[in-house]
Design a protein around this ligand. Sequence first.
Ligand code: COA
Length: 328
Amino acid sequence: MAAMPPSWPLLPAGIAMLADGLVAEAGTGPVGLAAADRAGSVPLILVHPACQGRGIGTGLLAAAVDALRAGGAGKVWAGSGGDRYIWPGVPRDLPGAVAFFTARGWRHSYDTLDLVADLAGYRPPAAAAGRAAGAGVSPALARAGDLAEVMAFEAATFPSWVRWFSARTEGILVARDAEGKIAGTLLLDGPDADTVYAPMLGPAAGTIGCVGVAPPLHGRGIGTALVIQASQLLSQAGTRACHIGWTASEAFYRRAGYQPWRRYAMFHSPASSRPRSAAHDALRYAGPPGLRESLQPREPEPAAQVATMRRVAGNPPRMMRLSTSARR
Ligand SMILES: CC(C)(COP(=O)(O)OP(=O)(O)OC[C@H]1O[C@@H](n2cnc3c(N)ncnc32)[C@H](O)[C@@H]1OP(=O)(O)O)[C@@H](O)C(=O)NCCC(=O)NCCS
């Protein structure tokens, strides 16, 4: 926990979703960890402040990337890119973290952001309300009988969101065109939304996400109508801070009354330029989840101070315990 600044507390729900990674040990105990998501990301990398600047993070990152590549991952992303993520990319308000990935040759492709609004007594800005009224849609929550049609819409229009919609039976807002066909959809949750950021957002937090309008219907106010209706529903239910995660549509959400919250640099790893490393072998040696192996590097690694790396897998509580025990 000491490795994270007050602006980014170690988020328990985020730690709990980590299932695989490497722990660096020096002397008597763990001094850092790199989580590794086999679908192709490093969701979290932490080094105890007293041990920073000694190459431990560099070694952990290289080992995690090697292990993921050995498992078949192509591009490895920092933050998201795997099956679960705590944050979309590298938080811009952690400049040391951005510099860390930049200095190791990771490629920055674009920035993304989160926005929030306090929905207590939410009233949409007048211009947005007028635009929504002119869109000719009346977004309504999906009922059980709508779900198959919603899934077909997502599969055809926003296939990358199917996994999020298929996990839900409630909190799906649907806008239909004049003929009754689905024109746009959105996911909402709150108050007390299921979000890793709940400790940072405060009580009665909500979320809005996966806002999508059929491309031929863009620019008619349907997206604005969806966001405003979702915000009003959440507000009436008692939601306070409402979080819209991971978007590039800053102006769109600002017009509906939301303000930027955090920004993220999206980094992916450089192409592999070195032969298989000792860390790669460490994961192969690790065998079943939890098995511990010592590691004797066969090539000079910047993290020479890392005496042992061990793999933890498939056991989030164990990862939580290890990260907590890094506190000194
Ligand atoms: C983002 C998205 C939902 C917007 O839906 P939409 O129905 O086109 O939204 P609107 O018509 O209300 O507003 C879109 C455009 O209309 C114009 N517009 C909106 N309000 C306006 C106003 N008051 N005055 C003038 N122009 C306005 C703008 O060009 C605006 O684009 P911008 O927000 O990028 O600047 C839609 O583009 C989409 O589905 N994109 C793909 C999925 C996605 O990226 N979703 C967001 C991430 S969760």
